[in-house]
Design a protein around this ligand. Structure first.
Ligand code: FDA
Length: 313
């Protein structure tokens, strides 16, 4: 319940222009600025440096050029071109080739056909340059249409692309079965948005129970699925299930967010699992950052301490 209330609270704050201005001014200013705990930086150079450090420590990564809910076709086109340029920079840097993106960043909220075309532009280049692209899942008004766009590109023959499903949505078991039937790779998450009771579980115990059930469904299937969580109970359940099925540590992967539970990331790596870190970067970091605060209100403490330091610096 606390999680539910804090999500509403932080989603409301995320709409505040004043707060966004303040955060943008202080959040990334110096090495110790608060937003840097969860965001690699505002530039691709900073993201590449972070990705290199992650690789050096024996972990994998997926880079997310932050942005969502663009309002014009021109913005959607600019975001698409920015992704294409990011891919060039990643190739030139010689680091691992994984990307995550949001369809509303490519214009899903404006025109579905254009969004699909933009995604295809990215997937064409991804295919040529050997990238894997993960389509993030956004809030519920976009669930079906995101799955539809994903289904369209899958039918068109793109295979270097995967999807995200959220265990808090009541519909997800049916979606997972459809993705398994397609043979698509799924990243399973709990879900980061505030959703109504009618369509989403509200209690952690229900979200967790669904997560375990879906994890088992996916891992029993294969197809290189990703179990994305920082919850030790979910991780333990995954490890136990994988062991009971005799799965190899390369048959699936764990994923975690940049800046969250690095201790767990290292433990899993040391135990021989593949661990991928989701590395967000870019100037549009404010909504992403607010979702991270909503998940764990204790994070507000470090923001306040960091802001106090910045303002007196
Ligand atoms: P839970 O919220 O129960 O947290 C378990 C423990 O993890 C906490 O007790 C704490 O120790 C730690 N923790 C969790 N969040 C933290 C935070 N912000 N700061 C510090 N510690 C924290 N969601 C979505 O809707 N669409 C998507 O596409 C994605 N994509 C995605 C990719 C990857 C790689 C990950 C790891 C997560 C996502 N998410 C997401 C977010 C996801 O839905 C969920 O909100 C967060 O992962 C938090 O849930 P946990 O499973 O970690 O459990």
């Amino acid at each position: 319940m606390i999680g539910y209330v804090s999500r509403i609270f932080f989603q409301t704050l995320a709409a505040s222009k004043t707060l966004k201005r303040l955060a943008s001014r202080y959040g990334m200013r110096s090495r110790g600025s608060f937003a840097r705990r969860f965001i690699a930086g505002e530039t691709i150079d900073e993201a590449i440096a972070t990705a290199r450090a992650i690789e050096t420590s024996g972990l994998l990564h997926t880079l997310d050029l932050l942005g969502e809910s663009v309002h014009t076709m021109a913005e959607a086109d600019a975001a698409t071109r920015a992704y294409l340029a990011t891919m060039d920079r990643i190739v030139a840097a010689g680091i691992g080739r994984g990307l995550s993106l949001k369809l509303t960043q490519l214009g899903l909220g404006i025109d579905r056909a254009t969004c699909t075309d933009n995604l295809r532009r990215i997937l064409d280049k991804a295919g040529a340059d050997d990238f894997f692209v993960r389509v993030d899942m956004e809030n519920s008004p976009y669930t079906q249409v995101t799955l539809d766009v994903f289904g369209t590109v899958w039918q068109l023959g793109y295979r270097n692309v995967g999807i995200v499903l959220q265990s808090y949505l009541r519909r997800t078991r049916a979606d997972a079965e459809r993705m398994i039937a397609l043979g698509a790779s799924v990243r399973l998450v709990k879900g980061a948005y505030q959703e109504p009771k009618r369509i989403a579980y509200q209690h952690k115990s229900d979200v967790d129970a669904a997560f375990v059930e879906l994890m088992q469904l996916l891992l029993a299937d294969g197809h290189n699925h990703a179990i994305a969580t920082h919850d030790p109970a979910m991780i333990e359940a995954t490890r136990r299930f994988a062991a009971s099925r005799g799965l190899r540590s390369t048959d699936f992967e764990f994923q975690m967010l940049y800046g969250v539970r690095r201790d767990l990331q290292a433990q899993l790596r040391d135990a021989g699992y593949r661990v991928r870190v989701y590395v967000p970067f870019g100037r549009e970091w404010f909504p992403y950052f607010m979702r991270r605060l909503g998940e764990r209100p204790a994070n507000v403490g470090f923001v306040i301490r960091s802001l106090a330091r910045e303002r007196h610096a």
